[in-house]
Design a protein around this ligand. Structure first.
Ligand code: ATP
Length: 327
């Protein structure tokens, strides 16, 4: 089954996510096990263009499985969007004798790969690395579990102080297009309301709910909003709530980049290890231009062109559950 690839390159691209290091470790160690040389490409496609490439040994990935961020660093590259940039990138790969690639990133990274492979032939396998979990072709993405747990920890703390002061808190979590972090952290923290981009926000209902809670003297109200909600983020909501309910002590917190950092959870470490191991084996088996994901605990290979943003299909049942549990 094994083909003759002798040198592979690995990069992380787009937004960073906790668990990327665990994936790099698995890729490097699996490749070296099969006597394949590994080259780390720093700062994603930008580093590929600039030739920021170095040979990796097993010691380069020692003690990184529990570290957040990415030892290869990541970047967004405008130059890679141009023909000239991609040509330079390919020349750099040739210069280093790199015969195949493993790409860790989000849908943009795979769109870039599709453009690249229209012009240049080089086998490549992708790994879903994004905290947003909004990719088709996999149940979970590397970093999502850690980001949700970070949000849960923070919101629990906010609820403590909200309770002590009888305050209403609006907590904004990450998710420009996807509400998975908001939805899951909101459910896990018993939020009174959860606002996500996938559902149209009926602001009158949100205000009605606050009014109802006020009347029956419910003293704590935590509202979780995804940054990309159609009504707006925490700042817009706070302005409106303060205007309508001047008597309620309302505060807003934007969790921001703490959701990207930190030591990955066991779930992200295991996911990243399985996907990294599978990616190298896929290259050895002759697969190419596919992202490896896990669906129902089985490895699934999805062509890059078919990996798109996939948003939650939030069932009515779930919405009803959130409403009932918040009573
Ligand atoms: P995240 O989901 O965390 O944002 P991502 O992989 O989607 O991660 P992007 O910035 O969208 O992040 O994409 C990463 C890089 O892929 C871009 O900076 C760019 O260099 C390259 N890329 C994206 N789309 C294209 C395209 N259509 N053509 C060429 N390159 C592209």
């Amino acid at each position: 089954m094994a083909n003759s690839i002798r040198k592979i390159g690995v990069l992380t691209s787009g937004g960073d996510s906790p668990g990327m290091n665990a994936a790099i470790r698995a890729i490097v160690r699996t490749a070296l096990y099969y006597e394949i040389e590994v080259y780390g490409i720093r700062r994603g496609y930008q580093g590929m263009i600039e030739g920021d490439i170095f040979r990796m040994e097993t010691t380069d990935v020692a003690n990184i499985i529990g570290r957040g961020g990415t030892i290869l660093k990541t970047a967004r590259s405008k130059a890679f969007m141009t023909d000239e940039g991609r040509r330079t990138a390919f020349e750099q790969l040739q210069k280093h004798g790199i015969e195949a690639l493993v790409l860790i990133g989000g849908d943009g990274t795979f769109r870039g790969a599709v453009e690249f492979f229209k012009q240049y032939t080089i086998p490549a396998i992708g790994l879903p690395g994004t905290i947003d979990r909004d990719l088709s072709g996999t149940d979970y993405t590397i970093g999502f579990d850690t980001a949700v747990n970070t949000a849960v920890e923070a919101i629990d703390k906010i609820r403590d102080t909200a309770e002590a002061h009888d305050r209403l808190f609006i907590v904004e979590v990450m998710g420009r297009d996807a509400g998975y972090i908001a939805l899951n952290s909101g459910i896990a923290c018993g939020a009174e309301d959860i606002l996500i981009p996938e559902l149209v926000t009926h602001i009158d209902q949100v205000l009605k709910r606050i009014d109802y809670d006020e009347r029956r003297k419910k003293t704590v109200h935590v509202l979780v909003v995804a940054e990309g909600d159609d009504f707006g983020g925490a700042a817009e909501l706070m302005r409106l709530v303060k205007e309508r309910f001047p008597g309620i002590d309302t505060r807003a917190t934007i969790l921001g980049h703490i959701q990207r950092g930190g030591s990955p959870t066991y779930a992200d470490r295991v996911l990243a290890s399985r996907l990294g191991y599978a990616a190298v084996n896929a290259l050895r088996a002759g697969d190419t231009q596919v992202m490896v994901g896990i669906i129902n605990d089985k490895l699934v290979y999805t062509p890059f062109e078919q990996v798109g943003k996939e948003n939650a299909h939030i069932s009515d049942d779930l919405i009803e559950m959130i409403r009932v549990l918040a009573v």
